[in-house]
Design a binder for this molecule. Structure first.
Ligand SMILES: NC(=O)c1ccc[n+]([C@@H]2O[C@H](COP(=O)([O-])OP(=O)(O)OC[C@H]3O[C@@H](n4cnc5c(N)ncnc54)[C@H](OP(=O)(O)O)[C@@H]3O)[C@@H](O)[C@H]2O)c1
Length: 250
């Protein structure tokens, strides 16, 4: 007997943006392990996309794939949704995880950089949910990946924190508007999570971040993926409009 037929997301299909690397990769893997078919979107990293495809294929089970699209443009979002629609008639789990960030003193933050970061983190979420709406039926779950910094603020990242805070407002309003259709919309807000950027921190910086978490360690992509998988499934069927912080108690 295939254990996946009893898995929480068996028979469902998920679309994960930024789904081939970092946190998104862990989300794609966790959703696939829970029985979902996964379509992972990426922008540039062909190698990471090919590696994830191989892995998901080996895992077997549902229909998995990757799609390349630049979500920083409305055309890119449309291409992604169109390409998904060509292969699937319904979408059960939509995870907007793709993100862009930079570290810029506020006086030097020009409009182009402001828009680049807002476009990928926030505008893409608006366009994705809107365009995917005809595919989302009762029971569907939308999870937006925000950030703890949206709540606490951080210097040099005014554009990023504004975008991530915007996701919380978007989820709050969409939960009211889409709730009557049985569609849930939530945010998962990671704290400092293991990633190549974190690998570049000095030992002192890393120790400082670890000491800021009540659990005295950084998060892992798997910690975030577990929260997303919970919100994706029927076990979270009465949770919507929520922001779930996965930050070790920061
Ligand atoms: N790591 C942390 O400490 C942390 C903390 C809080 C929140 N977050 C949030 O968690 C999410 C994932 O973070 P991460 O650290 O795993 O990031 P990451 O390793 O930098 O991965 C970002 C992902 O987004 C994709 N992406 C970036 N720009 C894109 C675009 N224009 N179009 C389509 N895809 C695009 C990338 O695609 P390619 O692989 O093709 O480049 C990549 O898969 C982000 O939303 C981030 O803001 C992270």
């Amino acid at each position: 007997m295939d254990i996946r037929t009893h898995a929480a997301l068996h028979g469902k299909h998920a679309l994960v943006t930024g789904g081939t690397r970092g946190i998104g990769r862990a989300v794609s893997q966790a959703l696939a392990r829970a029985g979902a078919g996964v379509t992972a979107c990426y922008q540039r990293d062909l190698e990471a996309a090919a590696a994830l495809e191989r892995e998901l294929k080996l895992a077997g089970g549902a229909d998995h794939g990757t799609v390349r699209a630049d979500l920083g443009t409305p055309d890119g979002v449309s291409r992604l949704v169109e390409s998904y629609r060509e292969r699937h008639s319904a979408l059960d789990v939509l995870v907007h995880n793709a993100g862009a960030i930079s570290h810029v003193p506020f006086e030097q933050l020009d409009a182009a950089e402001w828009h680049r970061v807002l476009d990928v983190n926030l505008t893409a979420a608006y366009l994705l949910v809107q365009q995917a709406l005809p595919l989302l039926g009762p029971g569907a779950s939308v999870v937006l990946i925000g950030s703890k910094v949206a709540q606490v603020g951080v210097p040099l990242r005014a554009h990023y924190t504004a975008a991530k805070a915007g996701l919380t407002g978007l989820a709050r309003s969409l939960c009211k508007e889409l709730g009557p259709r049985g569609i849930r919309v939530n945010v998962v807000a990671p704290g400092v999570t293991e990633s190549p950027a974190v690998d570049r921190l000095s030992p002192e910086q890393r120790a400082r971040y670890e000491s800021m978490a009540a659990l005295r360690r950084l998060g892992t992509p798997e910690d975030v993926a577990a929260a997303v998988t919970f919100l994706a499934g029927d076990g979270a069927g009465y949770i919507t409009g929520e922001t779930l912080h996965v930050d070790g108690g920061m």
